[in-house]
Ligand binder design. Structure first.
Ligand code: IMP
Ligand code: MG
Length: 183
């Protein structure tokens, strides 16, 4: 089986859309500090590209890592904090930065945990959204792109830890090796 990645959303499209969403966030939080929380590892590239385009001189960044039990391409929805935040959330305007909201289980669980820390407000900004797969209702105020029910990689998203570095979003496809073909 040969594996290849077909481009779904180009680097230019992502760049354009992140600027739009960043402008919206700048507007919505005008005069208010923003505490951005990146969900590692998938949200890392998006966090960098998004945060540098938000116009607000009172932005702080923090990072956490969660693992949802389950293997391969599905999520079980049971979330374990692997690396917790460094700073408390009390009284802050929290913006959770995610790579993708799929079934919604991970985020539902995570928001439950974060809300116990008494932020002043909490919103979600996700690069990708797969609405057709949703099982838990989660508030995603900011979503850059809706994607079809396909397993996507790139721009932080991985398949078995690979492809996170791709500057675009693609779909992993598998094809039979043809006899006599090269590569
Ligand atoms: P959920 O709990 O089903 O919403 O899944 C959330 C997590 O599953 C995401 O943060 C990703 O890490 C992972 N995930 C879901 N769909 C994809 C995909 O298409 N490609 C890569 N990772 C995915
Ligand atoms: Mg994730």
């Amino acid at each position: 089986m040969k594996e290849r990645v077909r481009t779904l959303i180009s680097e230019e499209e992502i760049d354009r859309r992140i600027r739009e969403v960043a402008a919206q966030i700048s507007e919505d939080y005008r005069g208010k500090p923003i505490h951005m929380i990146c969900i590692l590892k998938g949200g890392a590239m998006f966090m960098c590209e998004l945060s540098k385009r938000i116009q607000n001189d009172n932005i702080s960044l923090d990072f956490m890592s969660v693992s949802s039990y389950g293997s391969g391409m599905t999520s079980s929805g049971i979330v374990k904090i692997v690396k917790d935040l460094d700073d408390p959330l009390e009284g802050k305007n929290v913006l959770v930065v995610e790579d993708i909201v799929d079934t919604g289980h991970t985020l539902h669980h995570l928001l439950g945990i974060l809300n116990t820390r008494k932020p002043a407000s909490i919103e979600v900004c996700t690069l990708l959204n797969k609405p057709s797969r949703r099982e838990m209702d989660v508030p995603t105020k900011y979503a850059c792109f809706a994607v079809p029910d396909k397993f996507v990689v790139g721009y932080g998203l991985d398949y078995d830890q690979r492809y996170r570095n791709l500057p675009y979003i693609g779909v992993v496809e598998f094809e039979e090796d043809e006899e006599g073909s090269e590569g």
